[in-house]
Design a protein around this ligand. Structure first.
Ligand code: FO1
Length: 310
């Protein structure tokens, strides 16, 4: 940690999915301007109706814009689905629910990308139109799709496994294709960070896609890093992680199993009451359930205090 930053940490949060977005929202509400950069997984990105969909970028962006539904977490609160209903009326068997207001994001992103803009620039412009001032960086500007290899030997595009197949087929392996180059902005942010926060996101499909980009794990290892467990009392708040852990690692789902996955990277770890274990780094044991806005801010402040004390 650099001397100038004792009072004003420069923080990089690694995030993906709804859990990550909720912590990022708490950090956003607790930290002064200029002190937080969010690096977001784009391994979930895929094409639907010819449009470039970036579910995790949009979940973080809508959450910071105050547009996300609190219960579901993704998409836009109160959105309508007239386009989807019309497509279904015409016989399109559509399983991915794109809302009418949400579609504006995908249309705009796809149009700008097709004119040669980078995903980093496109994301910054989308954020601007929604009044989001925190820098939200896609982990890379090039495609890096995640796929799921099942124990039955099938390979699914990530969203087809998660949404269409309802994450039911047991997972053998998570694969990544495409680039392993992070965007220059991501490397710059990590280079000047005093603290990395690994959000309570799925380690296999949200955080690993970021960590496995060239130079990222080394940068994280060389920076003070705290993670927040996405497993609370053996359960994931949202998503398929609790079944993925035993399927992929052979361990029972626990905060400890996630920490073992991040071996060598953590200087501190936040877990839910009852989830603490003997670890070679300090553990913050506190209520990590952060659904409401108040809880997000309460927890983000506790986490920053904890990280400062390390
Ligand atoms: N998740 C679902 O379970 N069903 C959907 O139909 C769905 C649509 C959707 C549309 C836009 C968007 O940004 C996210 C959407 N999600 C949907 C969520 C998304 O599949 C996952 O939350 C993330 O990819 C997991 O990180």
């Amino acid at each position: 940690m650099t001397a100038h930053s004792q009072n004003n940490l420069s923080i990089v949060a690694l995030a993906g999915g709804v859990g990550g977005a909720r912590l990022v929202d708490g950090l956003d509400r607790s930290l002064p301007p200029g002190s937080l950069t969010v690096v977001v997984n784009t391994g979930d990105d895929f094409r639907r109706w010819g449009l470039h969909i970036s579910p995790d970028l949009d979940t973080v962006m809508y959450t910071l814009a105050g547009l996300s539904p609190e219960d579901r977490g993704w998409g836009i609160d109160g959105d309508t689905f007239h386009v989807l209903a019309e497509a279904r009326r015409r016989g399109v068997d559509e399983w991915f629910q794109l809302g009418d207001r949400d579609l504006v994001t995908h249309l705009s992103r796809t149009g700008s990308l097709s004119q040669g803009d980078s995903l980093t620039r496109v994301t910054a412009n989308l954020c601007k139109t929604l009044g989001v001032v925190r820098p939200i960086l896609p982990m890379t500007d090039a495609p890096r799709p995640t796929s799921i290899v099942t124990q039955a030997g099938e390979e699914f595009v990530f969203q087809e496994w998660l949404v269409k197949a309802r994450a039911a087929p047991a997972v053998k392996e998570v694969r990544r294709q495409g680039t392993d180059e992070p965007s220059p902005a991501v490397l710059d942010a990590l280079d000047t960070a005093d603290l990395v926060v690994i959000c309570p996101s799925n380690p296999y499909v949200s955080i690993d896609p970021i960590l496995t980009l060239k130079g990222v794990t080394d940068a994280v290892r060389n920076t003070r890093t705290v993670a927040v467990s996405p497993i609370l009392g053996g359960q994931a708040v949202k998503g398929p992680l609790a079944t993925m852990i035993p399927e992929i690692s052979g361990y029972a789902p626990s905060a400890k199993a996630v920490a073992m996955h991040y071996e060598g990277l953590l200087d501190g770890y936040a877990v839910h009451p009852g989830d603490a274990f003997d670890a070679p780094f300090p553990i913050l044991e506190t209520n990590t359930l952060i659904q409401s806005k108040e809880d997000r801010v309460r927890f983000a402040r506790e986490l920053i205090e904890f990280a400062r004390s390390l």
